[in-house]
Design a protein around this ligand. Structure first.
Ligand code: HEM
Length: 371
């Protein structure tokens, strides 16, 4: 069988470019074929076809999370994200009901209220506005507001900084956050998401990870959404879900997912030795011309056609699919509604995606909401 790593490799591997320009490196790899090797701190194999996504995301026993890239970020290195099968299934069964579509939709009035209260007037940067409003929404929905906003902001702030800042360990900050959560959780009112974590063993770690996983992902997606509708107000007349999907397609915050092969395995004729980092890339899948016409163009109307199975994976898929996908979608739709009053316009900024822990806009996104 064919090994995944072609002979002609840069002598020092790909680690340097991985640090500087991972998206370009991925795009060059993708041009070689739907599965390609990278030499990072350990051998990695990347794929982006629907078959590959199904192969990687459909087998939690073979492809493990521990020892993969998510463990590099202290904010994500706990709770569900690091729980392996079979315990993972049990933990999801405990948390899924609170995050299912119907109970999440019940939070719409509360989210709408936070957004209306926080609507900007005049010039603003969509990236920093979105981060602030998502923090307020998390506080209002997870704790009915009964959690110190400044603590939440301090805790999440490292996620807003460029790499390697989000990788640094911060034991004091985490201890402070854990103590604040231990105080808040027993008091969590019955009508908020915190209740789902209140009586869960390890609930403090679990809610801390959910707040982290839900923060910059949702904020960055929201910033791009506002940038696009501000640049083309015609988009307000489109189906809202299609506009949101198109943002999730072009700018999947989880641009790269990683696992570690627990055993030797193979895909088509390619050997994947045990211990290999196994990567799937929503970013590459969503820009694959074999799946999407004019893949780099913003065209929500494409979602009137059937979506390719395992070809649209902004929230991953399978058993490890994002816990917060209904929540994130509700936030995005609610904010979109609140800005649909014809006052929004784009001023400038740099929307090109930049890859950190999550995908983020390269620059500020300067918008204006008329008085
Ligand atoms: C637009 C916003 C979001 C995007 C694009 C996104 C994307 C993703 C992706 C791709 C994964 C799978 C990662 C992997 O295993 O490879 C994931 C997992 C997860 N997400 Fe999200 N997410 C978003 C918002 C949220 C929110 C709002 C929450 C919490 C309320 C959340 C909580 C989680 C959790 C806990 C996991 C781990 C699930 C598991 O391993 O079982 N996410 N997300």
């Amino acid at each position: 069988m064919r090994p995944p790593f072609p002979r002609a490799q840069p002598p020092v591997g790909h680690l340097g470019r991985w640090g500087r320009e991972p998206l370009q490196l991925l795009e060059e790899g993708a041009a070689l074929g739907p599965v390609f090797g990278l030499r990072l701190w350990r051998n990695a194999i990347v794929g982006y076809s629907p078959d590959w996504n199904r192969f990687v995301l459909g087998n939690l026993d073979l492809f493990r999370s521990r020892g993969s890239m998510s463990g590099l970020s202290p904010h994500l290195a706990a709770g569900l994200v690091q729980t392996e099968a079979p315990e993972h299934r049990q933990r999801r069964a405990e948390l899924n009901p609170a995050f299912a579509r119907q109970p999440i939709e019940a939070l719409a009035p509360r989210i709408g209220e936070v957004v209306r209260r926080g609507l900007p007037v005049g010039d603003f940067d969509a990236v920093s506005w979105s981060s602030g409003i998502v923090r307020e929404i998390l506080c209002a929905t997870f704790f009915s507001g009964a959690f110190p906003q400044s603590m939440l902001a301090d805790f999440l702030r490292p996620l807003d900084a460029p790499l390697p800042v989000p990788f640094l360990r911060r034991p004091l900050l985490f201890r402070r956050m854990n103590r604040a959560l231990e105080r808040a959780l027993p008091e969590a009112p019955d009508d908020c998401l915190g209740v789902a974590f209140r009586d869960l063993p390890g609930g403090v770690d679990e809610i801390r990870v959910a707040l982290s996983a839900g923060y910059d992902t949702t904020a960055h997606t929201l910033a791009w959404l506002l940038h696009h509708v501000a640049s083309d107000p015609e988009l307000f007349t489109h189906d809202r879900a299609a506009v949101v999907n198109e943002v999730l397609r072009l700018y999947p915050a989880g641009w790269l997912g990683s696992r570690r092969a627990a055993e030797d395995t193979s895909f088509d004729d390619i050997d994947i030795p045990r211990g290999t980092l196994v990567l799937y890339s929503p970013y590459l899948t969503h820009r694959d011309p074999a799946l999407w016409w004019e893949p780099t163009a913003f065209r929500p109307e494409r979602f009137a056609d059937p979506i390719p199975a395992w070809g649209f994976v902004p929230f991953a898929a399978g058993e490890r699919t994002c816990l917060g996908s209904s929540f994130a979608r509700l936030v995005l739709r609610t904010v979109l509604d609140a800005f649909a009053d014809g006052r929004l316009s784009a001023v400038g900024g740099d929307p090109r995606p930049k890859a950190g822990i999550t995908l983020a806009p390269s620059g500020p996104l300067n918008l204006r909401r008329a008085e």
